[in-house]
Design a protein around this ligand. Sequence first.
Ligand code: UDP
Ligand code: MG
Length: 321
Amino acid sequence: MNAVVLSPATVPALSVVVPVYNEMEVLPEFHRRLAAVLDTLQRACEIVYVNDGSHDGSGALMQQLAAADPRVVAVELSRNFGKEAAMTAGLDTARGEAVIVIDSDLQDPPEQIRAMVDQWDSGVDIVLMQRSSRAGESWLKRWTATQFYRVIGRIGEVDVMPNVGDFRLMSRRAVDALRTCRERTRFMKGLYAWVGFRQVVLQYDRDPRFAGETKWNYWRLWNFALEGITSFSTAPLKIASYAGLLVAMAAFVFGVYVMIKTLLFGDPVQGFPTLITVVLFLGGVQLMALGIIGEYLARVFVEVKQRPLYVVDTIKGHGQP
Ligand code: UDP
Ligand code: MG
């Protein structure tokens, strides 16, 4: 191995952060390909694997990799905290002058790292990797993704780049800025965008998963979208005000119509269909408005508890036993 070997005290030029959750089938191949790329870079690198509470053999595999390769830092979380928290743990642990975040399922090809590092060398802070194709994903997933980027682009307070995931390079100052955001509802795409700095976008072809299966189903994706919208926009809160205003104006017009009709033609008892329609409609609108307020309230509730974002079980590497 012609890798540059790190003493515990030196700061690596590059850290690669890899969240791992039940990826036993992929991890050896992933590490082989990543290590091969890092070998060619000729600079001090570290690989931070974060085991997000896997219950297959991923944890044990990570420990083996850490024992065999001095570049590996193995962070074990105490349970599954979710990818966003696992990435945060990785970013907190990484010491590199630049940090790359990459999925462990080989959907993000490690071979792209060379191009990313070249961009960083030319002085940019952020290198975004944009998927030019999404092989192995259904049309429904692609369509919902497009719609999500449209909505967040229109009502969100930050510009989220479409088809850019977590695969990216960040300079040290960008990582430090990102680490100051300790919010619990972590919509990373929004947080990355919030940090700003000079960025370039590189295109790449996203491969299908090497093995294993995705941890995302549509229900999780829907909740993810809600998270994104509620943590970066307050527009939905205004819906109630405007819907209320519209309904009040319509009610006024309708009231005038009913009064005139009564004066002209008298008022034999009728109107049950209109009555029930109006009552049910307004009931629905009110519940929806309450629900929207509830979504925000729930996030405030989670935030005020100020719990840590993740709990570390063990860290190996960095010269630690
Ligand atoms: N992951 C994680 N914790 C989780 C779910 C996923 O650390 O709770 C990791 C997973 O091991 C992988 C990455 O996040 O490295 C992306 O997950 P996945 O491939 O399931 O998502 P997709 O690529 O389908 O968006
Ligand atoms: Mg994946």
